[in-house]
Design a protein around this ligand. Sequence first.
Ligand code: FAD
Length: 778
Amino acid sequence: MPTSVANRFLLLYGSQTGQAKAIAEEIAEKAGDQNLHADIHCLSLTEKKFFIEREKCVVIITSTTGDGEPPDTALKFVRRLRKKTLPDDYLSHLNYALLGLGDSNYTNFCNCGKSLDKRLQDLGAKRFYDSGWADDAVGLEVAVEPWLDGLWSALKRFLKLPGAEHGGGDADAIMTENKEMINGDSRLNGSTVIENGNKSRSADTQSVHSISNTIPVLTKDLTNGNNQNNLNNSNSAESSVPVCDINQSDCNNSSSHLEQTSSSEKHTDLLVKTLNGTKDNKSNESSMEEKTEASVKVSLPPLSESTLTVPLLPPPFLKIEYNQEQSIDVCDLPRQNDYDFPSAATPVTMATVSDIKTLTSDTAVKKAIFVELDITGSGINYQPGDAISIICPNDTNEVETLLDRLGVLEQIDSCLKILVIEITKKRNASIPKFVSEVSTLRHIFTTCVDIREPPKKALLRVLVEYTSDDAEKRRLQELCSKQGNEDYARFIREPSLSILDILNNFSSCLPPVDRLIEHLPRLQPRPYSVCCSPLTSPGKISFVFNVVETTAECGRTYFRKGVCTGWLEGMSHSAKRDKQVQDTTEKEIVQGIKQLEVSDIKIPIFGRTNQSFHLPDDVTVPVILIGPGTGVAPFIGYLDHRGSQQEAQAETQFGETWLFYGCRHKDRDYIFREKIEHHVSTATLSNLLVSFSRDEQSADAPRYVQDNLRSHGAEIVSLIEEKGAIVYVCGDAKNMAKDVNQAFIDIFSQCKGISSDEARKLVMKLRLHRQYKEDVWT
Ligand code: FAD
């Protein structure tokens, strides 16, 4: 559409995992309802599909990745605008609104959006609407929803379109007006208001919408009554082979995790808790007693008495047609419909598992498992510090339980075709690009869609329509309403409830499976840092991971393991490795489980783009490595690499190498101990500082990596300031990375006699100059 058309604006997104893209697509779709037209493009198409210099009005949605980096798709655009040669008024004709997505668990929250915002201003562009910063740590929707609600009137006023409450055209004037509007009615655009009682009114005059039977709930407990699930309580130990390729997983029609005794008990838990909501009378009684406590099912005043503003009901747009006659071999289907993985630097390759073993003792709190893959001929080239992505399937048992709960278990392996409903009101409706048009429910729910991600509010809104119990209906309305933001965050997001948890908690809710396919997000690959070097392990790549385990509490209705780590752990159980495992194998054979040789197992992986957590090229530069737990993984690769380089360059004086490592117990979870001590013995590792957080020791013994850092503050400052040492931090983003950052601030403040603020700026400067690098995850 020509840029001169009055109601047109340019809509740009920079997405890494698809969230920014999804929000941009939602804006593009809703723009039509507002009589606006969005020309939507990925930022990567700069100078191909759009020229920012020629635009007057642009809306930008961008995420941030890694250590505050732009997503891969935004790199070219960002670099272009960063050019120092651009004059200060380069974009003075441009007016924009910007929404940044980030995660405050990481130090440089929304860094891409914030830097872009500043750069646009520096180049003379003007905001016509306040920039928004959405935080994945608390739920993107908390900031995204109000930002989107205010966007429409801001756009209309800027473009001087009818329907805008005030005259427009001047971005500064509009900014002032917007602030007033955000506190007023503009928030109601595109929402339905539910009065406390039966009456509903829509704030959006173009799409009047009402919800019937909305009743207020005071402190009503919605303890499950009649769960319709009737899947037999099958023992997961009866599952067959562990599934390796997610496509092959469909072929097996069986549970994917080979649980051992203890975990199969936990798996049984999944079925019992899921299927027998009323089985345990005791728990029923106690939940009756706990009436006054809010939970995912129970609401309290003021929310329970509040008038609610809920999202408009997303129109249905997909339908499934089963063809029982036709057979389908899902192994032939392309993985996630061959839809690109945004962070993939290489094609997906099937890598053979050449080794898989548990590194921790049986008594360790967290189990760490080591996996080595043969990547010969895969085209994956890596450096120590890189990560690979693993494409994992959902747990088959969970998929079956979910489909049973939805009443479609009988059709699980039937050939189906997904069609777009011809008369749908959804604009530009299409089948999700990561789902094949012809497939089976098992294939879609095992390999394409994420069934663990807490349902978004739009999906909760859809579920309201398929809930027969009035009290449950009202509670779902609350949870997706603006007034229920806090409850949504507290009872759905924080405990990370899955769609199955929601259905188990709301037993009268029975949505058609088609609706879930419309709303469930794509199942994402999981990245893992490599813990080897191509110099010492040619043709191989290895990584180490902790098995994530989550208990059934806080609204979670079944015990679960991490999607990827649970799947990989299942493989370690089945792999015939050593005597101990062979013994287990005998047991499993009696139970009828087919055994796999480790070399039978192949898993789909790809190399990742945009990686920069690398050793300096100059081997004389000292490095300070901080990585407790599995955070040590990349540093094992570094040490192997440096060890090999040292052997090859005996004449060279290598820079010092310090490793700060930590775990709970010396005898239970000190992973890679032999290897690390070997590197000390060969002087590849000059200084090793290990802390044990749970071992009995003197009160002043270091418990955490940051304690050891503080004890060596003066040496560290001197290494950084005088010898240009580079600091690398890897592992837990939530606590460790923040504590380590603070330790550096304290050390600089103390050793240099400067204030905390000055020390903070110094650490920030180190980050900017890439002398302080983080590779952390939540
Ligand atoms: P998921 O199924 O994704 O579950 C994990 C999620 O479950 C949590 O994020 C949380 O949202 C939720 N959850 C779990 N328990 C609870 C609870 N009690 N309450 C609320 N929510 C809960 N991991 C490693 O182990 N080793 C590595 O070397 C490694 N390298 C990485 C490198 C990068 C660049 C990145 C981005 C991540 C890395 N990770 C690494 C993390 C890894 O990618 C996975 O996120 C992790 O293994 C969990 O995956 P999963 O599928 O098993 O768990």
